[in-house]
Design a protein around this ligand. Sequence first.
Ligand code: SF4
Ligand code: SF4
Length: 381
Amino acid sequence: MIYKPYGKTGLNVSAVGFGGMRFDIKQSQAENAKLLQYAVDQGINYLDTAPAYCEDQSEDIFGLAIKNMADKRDQFYVSTKGMPESFDTAEKAIAQVDKSLSRLKTDYIDFYYVWCVRKWSQYELAMQPGGQYEGLLKCKEQGKIKHIVVSTHLRGPEVEDLISKQEFEGVLLGVNILNFLYRWDGVQAAAKLDMGVVAMNPLSGGLIPQNEEFLSFLGAENETATEAALRFCISCPQITVTLNGFTTKEHIDTACKVAGNATPFTDEDVQRIRSQVTNNMDSLCTGCGYCMGRCPVEIPIASYMQFYNQKLLKNKTDEEMTKELGFDHQWGMTADRKASAAACVNCGRCEMACTQHLDIVKRLETTAEWEKTLENSQQNG
Ligand code: SF4
Ligand code: SF4
């Protein structure tokens, strides 16, 4: 296992982190707790959960495991989270931290996230006087939290703004070998500020293992696309921890094997992958961002095109894409949209700028249809 310094905290964390969002909840909580303990035995010391994961069971599973490992509590780090809109006062934020402490069966939380910042207004809500951040600072003073960190789905340049005041010691981002251009500015900015950088979703929600053949260009000799994707995040010098949502011991073994052999990616390697992704994915949005800032009606084009990638890679039906879009509007890249797909006036500026020469306008038309269906179904039900 590789260990890396987590920003300026003085902590050394495992390059592979346990993401507590994919437990098999058909199994007992005690069985799942054993999986977490197995991971710690394999050298994984960064354990990440959140109140709502796994039908709200994940924190309880963590609590069981932490109780079983009480004698080595100083050998692993636990993180959990709270959303600014759910805990919009300092009092509510403190009460939520206390609730998590009780469920996790621990006296302190190592990393506490201002969770899931998808819109700038959510950051402002967290930071307002008497808001969540103030509550978290009080918890930190009292020793209930060791480090305040943030998780976000914003794009790279917006992430730079989010972290620029250094109110947080680390940042959690959805970054992987396919979408890294979309978030790379943010990753680099965080690394330059000497913050911890935690990558979630390294396999793009299962999309990489499901498209091994198509994505085989990602791998080096004798390396699968999945292994390359894991290696990309795990060995990336700018990424501190790569969270993996583990369900079985085999998943843990695979990630640990990759971490054991991972040759660190150099800046040149990153450039090579950048051009490989660009050259081999000519029908897909690479997230390069060249189209951004050009739209007269402020459609977040790259976010919509990243979303549309799922249609191409997973061959999803219109019905499935409509459902996914509902989720994305709330939690994903399109959550912070100033304008929806239907607002496109077909000026063509984005297509002129697109490095992949994508038919953006046509894709937005299709997306607008999904949005219309979604809106109708929300109104009717
Ligand atoms: S073609 Fe549509 S999406 Fe592209 S820049 Fe013009 S209005 Fe915006
Ligand atoms: S320029 Fe094209 S490939 Fe790049 S982010 Fe925009 S839509 Fe995607």
